[in-house]
Design a protein around this ligand. Sequence first.
Ligand SMILES: NC(=O)c1ccc[n+]([C@@H]2O[C@H](COP(=O)([O-])OP(=O)(O)OC[C@H]3O[C@@H](n4cnc5c(N)ncnc54)[C@H](OP(=O)(O)O)[C@@H]3O)[C@@H](O)[C@H]2O)c1
Length: 279
Amino acid sequence: MATVPMITLNNGVEIPQLGFGVFQIKPEDTRKATLDALEVGYRHIDTAEMYGNETEVGQAVRDSGIDRGEVFVTSKLNNGFHARDAALRAFDQSLVDLGFDYLDLFLVHWPLPGIDVDYVETWTAMEEIYRSGRARAVGVSNFKEHHLRRLFGETEVRPAVNQVEMHPYLAQDDLRAFDAEHEIATEAWSPIAQGKVLDDPAIVRVAERVGRTPAQVTLRWHVQRGDIVFPKSVTRSRVEENFALFDFELSEDDMRDITGLDRNERTGPDPDTFNYIPG
Ligand SMILES: NC(=O)c1ccc[n+]([C@@H]2O[C@H](COP(=O)([O-])OP(=O)(O)OC[C@H]3O[C@@H](n4cnc5c(N)ncnc54)[C@H](OP(=O)(O)O)[C@@H]3O)[C@@H](O)[C@H]2O)c1
């Protein structure tokens, strides 16, 4: 089985560079999909309270027979819980739902700049959670440079990761450079743009050149840039395909051809205007 490289976060905690995402996997399908991923070799699962499938992720980790300490699990604070006390309670509830006594990584899911609670207050709750030792690392998701700058100025704990939308149509080079400069690991969500980049002629050409699939070369592009990825699939053959990234390399030309597709195109919401609170 291929070895997935580990990335060392700014507090020394190690995270597998490749994981398995469970967004939009129905609760009833999540246990099997997660068990498949663990069987294939994934040791990093990315879930969120918003996905409604934490219970099934926790069940799969237990049922896999793999030690809890060998699986890196991330969850995220849902949007309705940004006030300090609500955030602390939501974290406790995530642990209950997962059936864990700690999380490897807990993220603020969205900055929500338009709501009453300032994300700086939310981050101070994350600091409390981190200091309690029940999250080995804490970080943010969908934060832009200006959101991060406010945290740096007004809080103490530096986020360990920033999880943002990133794929060949949204290469996010400036944000990646900013994260790196501040020792924040960048995680790429929707790494294949939910499939939208796979028919792109430039990606198909690179795939033909290296004898791999479009999904594999796109995921390999992320890996070679040094970012953390967790593609989602409920299809066992794709779960295997997406894991087979460590026995080939893209040349500088291949990398350049893929990066050249950047057109600053989001498939998801813009964090500066997204203020959605689930009902
Ligand atoms: N922080 C955030 O705000 C945020 C937002 C979105 C996502 N995320 C995280 O990022 C993870 C990944 O993003 P995502 O789920 O949005 O999208 P993605 O991983 O870019 O794409 C998933 C889609 O691509 C298909 N697919 C997967 N592997 C494939 C392959 N080898 N060949 C062809 N099609 C393939 C899947 O189909 P099937 O499942 O039908 O096989 C699914 O429709 C999520 O699961 C979640 O953990 C975070």
